[in-house]
Design a protein around this ligand. Structure first.
Ligand SMILES: *[C@@H]1O[C@H](CO)[C@@H](O)[C@H](O)[C@H]1NC(C)=O
Ligand SMILES: *[C@@H]1O[C@H](CO)[C@@H](O)[C@H](O)[C@H]1NC(C)=O
Ligand SMILES: *[C@@H]1O[C@H](CO)[C@@H](O)[C@H](O)[C@H]1NC(C)=O
Ligand SMILES: *[C@@H]1O[C@H](CO)[C@@H](O)[C@H](O)[C@H]1NC(C)=O
Ligand SMILES: *[C@@H]1O[C@H](CO)[C@@H](O)[C@H](O)[C@H]1NC(C)=O
Ligand SMILES: *[C@@H]1O[C@H](CO)[C@@H](O)[C@H](O)[C@H]1NC(C)=O
Ligand SMILES: *[C@@H]1O[C@H](CO)[C@@H](O)[C@H](O)[C@H]1NC(C)=O
Length: 470
């Protein structure tokens, strides 16, 4: 296997070499398994999604304990983003027709009246639908306002590529009307209360605000490409307000991002790590205003998040002070007993690979008073300062960051069954898979983590050089 340059640097340490080979072996086996697992859960050809409309993502084929045989807008959009990326990068043009079915089915879902409303009266905030595209009408935590933002982000990634390739007619007639509905919903509703991504807390939520901000920001540029001048301005003005609001989630005393304004918990939550990776913009460097993966605030938040699980799960009882820990949604979680989630662990590794990727191109790394606890976990004797590319400290930081990211994937591998299947969670004491089998989002989360490890760069969305003027 051809090793990229950064891996050669890693070979400096024996530990690095071991976790490298573990993770390379895992990649060889698990990336194809995750892809197959993901595609099996997309209608109607997927082997585990019988009865689902074409292009519709089933959250999990599990029909009892728990019943996840529904489609969630959030999960579906996060699952399709890496598929779109594989089409637009030219890696896998064969996925294009599936992406087109996703657009068709999501357009139908947008138009389906549901307990949150009609397409023009709030219905876009409805979190989940039946797999035949009809409304789910039982009580639920609704609305969840991250869905339209994530869906528009996935569709704009495709739309920008189509425009780059001269396919303006499809974008104008088919894609833009769908995207505009979602963006208008976000522009009009982002400042209202919402259930969080775990469908439990009704308040304001960092993940929701961050993905809304991203969608409005890239929506403004997308509208501009389509010469929609008024919308360009309208989306930017709401994006500016949302960016300002995002700043209020930072907890300066304790050095982390508080996930929700309600909920009565610590607020330490994978919500914030997921927000950082799903709003990664490599052109923004280590900008803290948008909480980029290598920003001091996002790194401080990451170490607080990771360490919160050390004493929470018996599985972590013998873990080293510097290596990976099993992490879950939030330490107070009691759902199925409160356990590590595969997608949280993948998200930690992805944030670290994203940070590594930006630093590898940077002329220096800054260690601030905010990020010091993160860097101390990597290198116990490091001090606040600026370390130039080529210096031994710079090289140690980048190597240790990649090593830690690999260590999280090695831990993920340790608790993944031999057949490569990923349930929602694994037991906090025994490590045995728990809850819904074949969680589609888990497969997508692992795929995006490995894509970050491979240095596949995410598309920019306009995060560079933003200022929060509150
Ligand atoms: C534009 O893209 C759509 C969606 O994939 C496709 O159906 C159509 O054939 C494309 N048009 C051209 C001219 O390539
Ligand atoms: C709306 O925005 C204002 C100003 O940033 C903020 O104080 C308020 O908490 C927000 N409310 C919701 C529900 O997002
Ligand atoms: C969510 O919170 C808002 C604001 O406090 C409230 O108006 C709304 O009724 C709540 N929704 C539910 C379902 O509890
Ligand atoms: C854009 O805004 C201007 C000024 O408010 C208004 O006159 C015009 O009708 C708007 N255009 C569209 C397409 O909405
Ligand atoms: C931790 O170490 C103790 C003592 O060796 C052992 O009994 C226990 O099973 C270990 N726990 C885990 C989760 O590895
Ligand atoms: C790093 O630089 C290379 C070469 O210019 C570029 O292809 C890559 O996208 C950059 N990566 C990031 C994360 O900015
Ligand atoms: C870190 O500092 C401690 C105490 O000053 C010292 O014993 C140790 O050798 C240092 N470690 C490294 C890697 O420099």
């Amino acid at each position: 296997m051809r090793l990229p340059l950064r891996s050669v640097i890693d070979l400096a340490g024996l530990v690095a070499q071991q976790s490298l080979s573990t993770v390379d072996a895992y990649a060889a086996k698990e990336i194809p398994a995750a892809r197959a697992g993901l595609l099996a859960n997309i209608g109607h050809d997927g082997g585990k999604s019988h009865g689902a409309l074409p292009g519709l993502v089933v959250a999990s084929p599990s029909t009892q304990n728990p019943n996840y045989l529904y489609t969630w807008t959030r999960d579906s959009s996060l699952v399709f983003k890496p598929l779109v990326d594989q089409v637009t990068s030219g890696e896998d043009p064969s996925l294009r027709s599936l992406v087109d079915s996703f657009i068709t089915v999501e357009s139908k879902i947008q138009q389906t009246s549901n307990p949150s409303g009609t397409v023009t009266s709030g219905g876009l905030g409805e979190p989940k639908f039946n797999i035949d595209g009809t409304a789910f009408t039982l009580p639920w935590g609704r609305p969840q306002r991250d869905g339209p933002a994530l869906r528009s982000t996935t569709m704009m990634a495709y739309g920008n590529w189509l425009l780059d390739h001269g396919n303006t007619s499809f974008v104008q007639t088919t894609l833009w009307p769908i995207i505009q509905l979602d963006l208008d919903y976000v522009a009009q509703n982002w400042n209202k209360s919402t259930f969080d991504l775990w469908e439990e807390v009704n308040s304001s939520s960092f993940f929701t605000a961050a993905v809304q901000h991203r969608s409005l920001r890239e929506g403004s540029a997308f509208a501009s490409r389509l010469e929609q001048g008024n919308l360009t301005l309208a989306y930017t003005s709401q994006a500016d307000r949302a960016l300002c609001f995002m700043q209020s989630f930072w907890n300066p005393k304790r050095g982390y991002i508080t996930a929700n304004t309600g909920g009565g918990r610590s607020g330490i939550d994978a919500n914030t790590v997921l927000a950082s990776i799903h709003t990664f913009d490599p052109s923004a460097g280590c900008d803290a205003t948008t909480f980029q993966p290598c920003s001091d605030k996002a790194l401080a938040n990451l170490v607080t998040y990771i360490e919160a699980f050390r004493s929470t799960y018996p599985l972590n009882s013998n873990a080293s002070t510097s290596g990976a820990l099993a992490t879950g949604r939030y330490p107070e979680d009691t759902y199925y007993g409160g356990n590590p989630w595969y997608l949280s662990i993948a998200a930690v590794s992805e944030q670290l690979y994203d940070a590594y990727g930006v630093w590898a191109n940077a002329s220096q790394i800054e260690v601030t008073s905010i990020s010091l606890p993160f860097f101390r976990r990597l290198l116990p004797n490091i001090t606040i300062g600026t370390y130039a590319s080529g210096s031994s400290v710079f090289t140690s930081i980048t190597a240790a960051t990649r090593r830690l990211a690999d260590d999280f994937l090695a831990l993920h591998a340790k608790y993944t069954p031999a057949d490569g299947s990923l349930s929602e969670q694994f037991d906090r004491s025994t490590g045995a898979p728990k809850s819904a089998a074949d969680l589609t989002w888990n497969y997508a989360a692992l795929i995006t983590a490995f894509r970050a490890r491979d240095g596949r760069v995410m598309n920019s969305w306009g995060a560079r050089g933003l200022h929060a003027s509150c």
